[in-house]
Design a protein around this ligand. Sequence first.
Ligand SMILES: Nc1nc2c(ncn2[C@@H]2O[C@H](COP(=O)(O)OP(=O)(O)OP(=O)(O)O)[C@@H](O)[C@H]2O)c(=O)[nH]1
Ligand SMILES: [Mg+2]
Length: 201
Amino acid sequence: MGSVLSRPERVVDYVPETVTRSVKLLVAGNFGVGKTTFVSSVSEIKPLRTEETITEASIGVDDMAGLPEKTQTTVAMDFGRITLNPQLALYLFGTPGQQRFVPLWEELARGALGALVLVDTRRIEKADEVLSVLEERGVPYSVAVNEFDGAKRYPLEEVRDALDLTADTPLTSLDARNRGTCLHSLITLVEFLFHRLESRL
Ligand SMILES: Nc1nc2c(ncn2[C@@H]2O[C@H](COP(=O)(O)OP(=O)(O)OP(=O)(O)O)[C@@H](O)[C@H]2O)c(=O)[nH]1
Ligand SMILES: [Mg+2]
């Protein structure tokens, strides 16, 4: 097996026989923060996407502010897989970002070990609801700032304060189009979740 950084051209559509452990993770975040892009960047199988074209029916319902070029939105989920090391497969479920789909999370969150929450610092206040939903459902999470082109960069400590994250919540930054940065955030989440599990044994 090659490095996870060199994607095997998505020819791997089976789970390698060496895999002994599989983990379900959510990729969450509010509307348009880059969840579908993230799952697509990371997945070693052709990701399942359930995107629909945004229509006029969205006006006044979905939060389009700051996203004038967005034409598609996830209506059910994104799905991808990555074999992080020969023994460990991650199944990634990207949530739909629009508020009206939050009830769907109930199903998606079932059995998830944790969540990676993407945030866009230009609309950081929108992340609060996402974090609350995860906290209510007892899903542990880490946070990653998706650094959009042209968005102001803030020190991560400022982001931590703005989101009121606890000191042990992992916080990273990434570019959802860049596989290496996405993997870094994913590995940080997995290490956090495994340490958390071990400390409870
Ligand atoms: N510049 C830049 N653009 C990005 C990045 N990530 C996503 N985008 C773009 O931002 C838009 C929204 O990305 P999506 O991946 O659809 O976001 P999403 O969170 O899945 O959106 P919903 O499913 O509607 O909630 C798309 O046009 C992406 O091409 C990024 O890291 N940098
Ligand atoms: Mg999406």
